[in-house]
Design a binder for this molecule. Sequence first.
Ligand SMILES: Cc1cc2nc3c(=O)[nH]c(=O)nc-3n(C[C@H](O)[C@H](O)[C@H](O)COP(=O)(O)OP(=O)(O)OC[C@H]3O[C@@H](n4cnc5c(N)ncnc54)[C@H](O)[C@@H]3O)c2cc1C
Length: 388
Amino acid sequence: MPLGFDFDEEQELFRSSVAEFARKNLTKENIKKWDRDARFTKELYEKLAEIGLAGISIPPEYGGQGADSVTTGIAVEELSKVDFNVGNLLIIDNILSGGIIASYANEKLKSDILPKLCSGQIHLGIALTEPHTGSDAANISTLAKKHDGYYVLNGEKASISMVGVASYFTLFAKTAPELGSKGISAFLLPVDAEGVQPYYFDDLGYRPLRRGGLILKDVRLPEENLMGGENNGFKIVMQQFDYSKTLLALSCVGAALGALDDAVEYARNRKAFGQPILKFEGVQFRLVEHYTKLEAARLLCYRTLWLRDKGKRITKEAAMCKWWAPKLAVEAIHDALLTMGNPAYSTDFPQEKRLRDVIGIEIGDGTAEIQKIVVAREMFGREFIPYK
Ligand SMILES: Cc1cc2nc3c(=O)[nH]c(=O)nc-3n(C[C@H](O)[C@H](O)[C@H](O)COP(=O)(O)OP(=O)(O)OC[C@H]3O[C@@H](n4cnc5c(N)ncnc54)[C@H](O)[C@@H]3O)c2cc1C
């Protein structure tokens, strides 16, 4: 099979329409306001819905675009170049939670929830992490006990995005604690269910995606809110993470490319010692090195998405993307900030915010160390991993 590295005409047209949307709507003023207020506006949600991005990868029968992985990646990259958080909103809504609902919820829940997501009326979140369990996700302790046609949930989810934003969470709880990761199930939790108590974090970045927690006290969920059958939750979430991790990595690449482009523009015009600073090799080389590394990471991300569209397993590739791209992005944005000198140390320029936002995804959806464990497991075999 010939190897192709070009986007086709349709993909390029789509890329320019998303870039145009981002230029027009993700203005400096808006981005600053969303960051300061730790919330997006209804107007943004409506605009994302108008151009079909709110439900980009949700199946068309529920009002979405049914976009493939590469096309979704293009949207995420272009939005993230301008505002990382808007790119990430798409990932959480469409992939991390909407994707699970579209694949595993019953028909009634799907047709109730997904059209509202696609029209920008509601948002979704995913609740796996707990106060005492992050990387070791199989070790969650939230319990779901079946009783009288209901599941009764008790426990606490912490460090989850979209608290106060999402109307529903895809939530993971133990239905058979004695089975470890094989005893976890996925549920659809309406946040207005009785017994759900939200609380909020005041974060460094990623602010409109509002991280916080949910305390669950005797929350009764009807049986039909179980998704994908009992005890299949861990498998479901790990498969979905392969997709979300790749897109998150691509969003980091997008943010870093946006930062470098801004730095180049600045360096063309800023003079020192009578010359535009872009003439100095010390400045050029720093930028060129980051562009080179980001291009390699970008190709890895798109190839991973392309493999997914071909129906291939992408666990190894997705983990490679996720350990590497956020790290490269943080380094590139840091240098882009330094290239612009003192003004970029202020909130008047977007570099400091990009840095704050992207650092979050060095942790969120799994740290670099955990991704390297996944790559090692895939490459060397489970027998060389010291964990169950
Ligand atoms: C911005 C942001 C958004 C998030 N959004 C969500 C969300 O929407 N839903 C959700 O469920 N969760 C979310 N999370 C939580 C996130 O997935 C967890 O923070 C992540 O999995 C890491 O867990 P932890 O923070 O508890 O770190 P820990 O597990 O406590 O790890 C601490 C440190 O130890 C290292 N470490 C742990 N085990 C090993 C090991 N075996 N070998 C080497 N090093 C190790 C880790 O790499 C890390 O550096 C979010 C987090 C952030 C920062």
